[in-house]
Write a protein that binds this ligand. Sequence first.
Ligand code: ATP
Length: 457
Amino acid sequence: MSEASEPNDVVTMDKIVSLCRRRGFVFPSSEIYGGLGSAYDYGHYGVLAKNNVKARWMEAMTQERDDIVALDSTIILHPKVWEASGHLQSFSDPLIDCRYCKKRFRADDLEHCECGKKPSKHPGETSDCDLTEPRQFNLMFETTIGPVQESGSKVYLRPETAQGIFINFKNVSQLARRKPPFGIAQIGKSFRNEITPGNFLFRTREFEQMELEFFVPPDESAQWYEYWLEQRKSWYLRYGLRSSHLRLRPHSEDELSHYSSGTADVEYLFPIGWSELEGIANRGDYDLSRHTEFSGVKLEYVGQDGERYVPHVIEPSAGADRSLLAFLVDAYDEEEVAGRQRTLLRLHPQIAPVKAAILPLIGKNEEMVLKARSLYEELRLRFVVEYDDSGAIGRRYRRQDEIGTPWGVTIDDHTLEDDTVTIRDRDSLEQIRVAISQVGAHLAEQLAAPWKTPKGE
Ligand code: ATP
């Protein structure tokens, strides 16, 4: 991570954390027991928003193309998987302990760590610091299968979803009748015993990944790698991230793993600086070859004409929680309207948890309430909408602004006369009048339209 966010952006990580908590998107896990550092639970709007992120990813991968199929493999896999993948041997971080303050740090990230006694200093910078030599620490969580811990077999919670895809290569390619180039997409939980979790949803020990393994003929891997870099970057732009806050950063030679002939990160300019959102790697035939070697089952493509080869793999690997965090950060805004400050999330309508709020102008007016309830009951069959009749209308709008609801539909005096309603746009605050019978069609049309954030490029 480097370079702080530009100074004219009002968003900070603290503001996001506090809005998420205030509006019930995300809050600390196990709070009544004092919390479990860097673990978070998702509340109603958080669940809806993260589901939208995952649904948009899965649509782009499967529904909008015909060369990728979906998979949902188990979290606990045969322990040999992690031998073959190399995780048992090398999925580790170098660790340093301080004998004085008893804190533990990542040796390769000391510049972002705080000294346990003097937080303004980095470890090793005070005369009391007494650091050990770096030791390797495996990041996989262990558990046991079987009733008795001693005799059961040791297994691991997966640190990535990708291996579940590789070991199913044969199954899926046969069952789905696919030949390279084709891909397998999977969304699911992954677990890493991170030494320095933090920055809210950015780095936690339990998180969700959205991973694609795209299998290609070996001589096409370079072009498919370039193709996926562009595809993945444009997916984030399509759902509203500003292009000035998104970049591709190719890894330098010394960052590349030994089997990778190309890796790049999609990075977002978080308030903590440019940081990885997604990694895209050209992994060659490493994974399929290793699983062939360790399982004895040949994972290769065999054509009807006898052609055979081990496909190469392009892997775009994204985090669902980290992506959601980027969408929230990018959407956060504050502005003054008619002398009043408002905070809002300018989320893409397809990511926003609630699409429209149905609001009777006067919550105590029976006729208005009746009309509003009936519109709400009609709309909720097609969209996630919310009904709210409590409190002043201004307060109800502000609440919806903060959860990023793109449209507010208000039932007022005119509605009772001519069956029209006003639709208020979250971003421009423009109000238009629409026949009540047309609200559903209007929302559907707006949701399908391309959207650009008013915050600029
Ligand atoms: P980092 O360098 O940030 O630790 P990584 O390079 O180890 O990430 P990958 O193994 O490439 O990450 O995982 C792919 C994606 O999964 C990341 O780009 C990120 O979006 C997500 N991810 C990885 N680790 C975490 C975590 N601890 N918490 C939340 N998301 C994560």
